[in-house]
Design a protein around this ligand. Structure first.
Ligand code: ZN
Length: 288
């Protein structure tokens, strides 16, 4: 059998490529978070919990609706892989792909982590980001992406035959199992694509490949969230460290990450209500 010839360019190829793109999901009608209210509530908030995530490990934390949580780089540059679940129903979890479709490839202050179908509501709103200044660099790289998945042992095995156990996927699986009493197999089913906290990533312009580069994060940098619903979170201090060279090994220098939870003073969230699940009737065109 002969190889089919590559499809020839049509005569109007240049015109077709020149078509101006349109935004898939114009987001002007998204519900707007009340950042001023959040700022007032945050001003008098007191710390109620903290968890240190060891390097190449993960840890869970819980945040009640209306509280804040902050992830801080400590000791050295380090990226984190963040999973979020509804603390009362683990089937509602962070939906990386839809958050990307709504906000773009990287999240920052004022943007939200949205939950899976059929809920599709804000789980957490980013209320502070000390790396907001980074913007988009000349390579098309930016910080806090929702384009990667999470480093995992299966892809490592596929590419190199490795058996490595401290990928974020496995770290998150162990942490969730320890927190809930689930078996590893049960917990693994709940682990999902992450918000890549502090990670600097993009797609190469020529080949469209996912790239990473040394994170601009420095000790003291942090990203802060307002919990829109009761949350169970899990954060992995990625074995990639600052992700300047590689992951899926113990070679990169790694550092801990700090998670702190803050409770606002009574009454400072007056007028705020936890968002309801999505309003679609779920009849899918077949009546109710
Ligand atoms: Zn990782």
């Amino acid at each position: 059998m002969t190889e089919p010839a590559p499809a020839p360019e049509p005569d109007d190829a240049a015109a077709r490529r020149a078509v101006v793109p349109v935004i898939c999901y114009p987001n002007e009608t998204l519900p707007v978070p009340d950042l001023a209210l959040c700022a007032r509530a945050r001003a008098g908030a007191v710390k109620v919990d903290e968890v240190t995530v060891p390097p190449r490990e993960a840890a869970c934390f819980r945040v009640a609706a209306g509280q804040f949580f902050r992830i801080t780089s400590v000791e050295g540059p380090q990226v984190g892989d963040l999973n979020l679940w509804n603390a009362n129903d683990l089937s509602e979890r962070f939906y990386s792909g839809k958050s990307r479709a709504l906000h773009g490839t990287h999240l920052t202050k004022g943007e939200r982590m949205w939950s899976s179908f059929p809920h599709l509501r804000p789980m957490a709103t980013i209320t502070g980001d000390t790396l907001e200044w980074y913007g988009m660099d000349a390579f098309g790289g930016s910080v806090h992406d929702v384009i990667g998945t999470r480093c995992d042992p299966y892809t490592g095995n596929l590419l190199s035959g490795a058996q490595y156990h401290h990928c974020c996927h496995s770290n998150l699986t162990r942490a969730l199992a320890d927190e809930t009493g689930m078996t590893l197999r049960e917990a693994e089913n709940h682990v999902h694509d992450v918000l890549n906290v502090f990670m600097c990533t993009g797609f190469t312009r020529d080949t469209g490949q996912y790239f990473m580069k040394a994170s601009p994060v420095r000790p003291g940098d942090h990203i802060e969230f307002f919990a829109e619903i009761d949350l169970l979170g899990a954060l992995s201090a990625c074995p990639g460290g600052d992700c300047s060279s590689e992951h899926t090994s113990d070679l990169a220098p790694c550092h801990p990450l700090l998670v702190e939870v803050f409770a606002p003073q009574e009454g400072t969230l007056a007028g705020w209500e936890s968002p309801l699940p999505n309003g679609y009737d779920r009849s899918h065109g077949r009546g109710s």
